[in-house]
Design a protein around this ligand. Structure first.
Ligand code: CP
Length: 311
């Protein structure tokens, strides 16, 4: 099985068949991860660098674990503590690492388009985007899709609400691309200042400003964090006010009397976009998302790294 692209830069570039291939391969790897020995030799000949120019907990650990489970050799690079502080360019840094015979690059960067820049200059090295600025976070959308399918069987025809800071969210963009390609209906919900107009105009996505109505409509709610680190102006009054109007609370879920699947990509701001009793409650699949992230990233690495065998 092969993907139609040598890199994973964004869901935008994938076909629905690519997405299906990744998700079905991830199902096989999830089975591997249930075994007493959770390791396969698929990428034994492959060396991968995890290049993180921006903070991460889940994505970095998940990629590292996925690589180890596939028997790849791995190197971890963080911009802090590296020669980036001495003025070294991104391309010089990567070329130096690749000269040590590295085959694949997993990259997170605060600038949108950074992995695309690398792919343009290094066409023979598989580049995997682990989140670039406000552009895309493709493996997050893939693990979200995997987790939704695991919980409710299919994406086709399902109603998914993406709630919160859409304007600054790469998770929202990757989810929108993926869900539309896989036949789901999508609504975005949040304050008007956090929903860009191009969402409705370019992506033909339903916009709902009333959280209760969005929750009444959906089968699945993907709740996003307020990305304060990416906001350089005041876009809502206070976090307390945000929680009062757009916080997903158990009181609200009880009021609408509907079984909604709750996702959150993390990191969560408990008491802001989501209350603890919802995050930890019976509708939440937040920790299953994290668990599934390893199998999904194994699938991506395997398919792009030329893996030979899964068992
Ligand atoms: N979901 C996600 O990208 O989390 P991290 O920033 O911790 O990797």
């Amino acid at each position: 099985m092969q993907l139609s692209t040598p890199h994973l830069l964004g869901i935008k570039d994938l076909t629905s068949q690519d997405i299906e291939t990744i998700l079905s391969t991830a199902t096989q790897f999830k089975e591997v991860l249930q075994r007493p020995i959770k390791k396969v030799p698929s990428l034994r000949e492959v060396t991968i660098v995890n290049l993180f120019y921006e903070n991460s907990t889940r994505t970095r650990i998940s990629f590292e674990l996925a690589e180890k489970r596939l028997s790849a050799d791995t190197i971890n690079f963080s911009a802090s503590g590296s020669s980036v502080s001495k003025g070294e360019t991104l391309l010089d840094t990567v070329n130096n690492i690749l000269s040590m015979k590295v085959d694949m690059v997993v990259m997170r960067h605060a600038s949108s388009g950074a992995p695309h820049f690398l792919a343009k200059h290094l066409p023979n090295t598989a580049i995997i985007n682990a989140g670039d600025g406000i552009n895309e976070h493709p493996t997050q959308a893939l693990l979200d899709a995997f987790s939704i399918r695991e919980k409710i069987g299919t994406l086709e025809g399902k109603k998914i609400a993406i709630i919160g800071d859409i304007q600054h969210s790469r998770v929202a963009m990757s989810n929108i691309y993926l869900l539309k390609k896989m036949g789901a209906e999508v609504t975005v919900c949040g304050p008007p200042t956090l929903i860009p107009t191009y969402i409705r105009e370019t992506h033909n996505i339903r916009v709902e400003y009333n959280l209760k109505k969005a929750l009444q409509w959906c089968d699945v709610a993907n709740v996003l964090r307020i990305q304060l680190e990416r906001q350089n102006q005041v876009l809502f009054s206070t976090l307390r006010e945000y929680n009062r109007v757009y916080g997903v609370t158990s009181a609200l879920l009880n009021e609408i009397q509907k079984d909604i699947v709750i996702l959150h990509p993390g990191p969560m701001n408990r008491g802001v976009e989501i209350d603890s009793d919802v995050a930890d409650g019976k509708h939440s699949i937040i920790l299953q998302q994290v668990e599934n992230g390893v199998a999904v990233r194994m699938a991506v690495l395997y398919l792009l790294g030329g893996g030979k065998k899964t068992s």
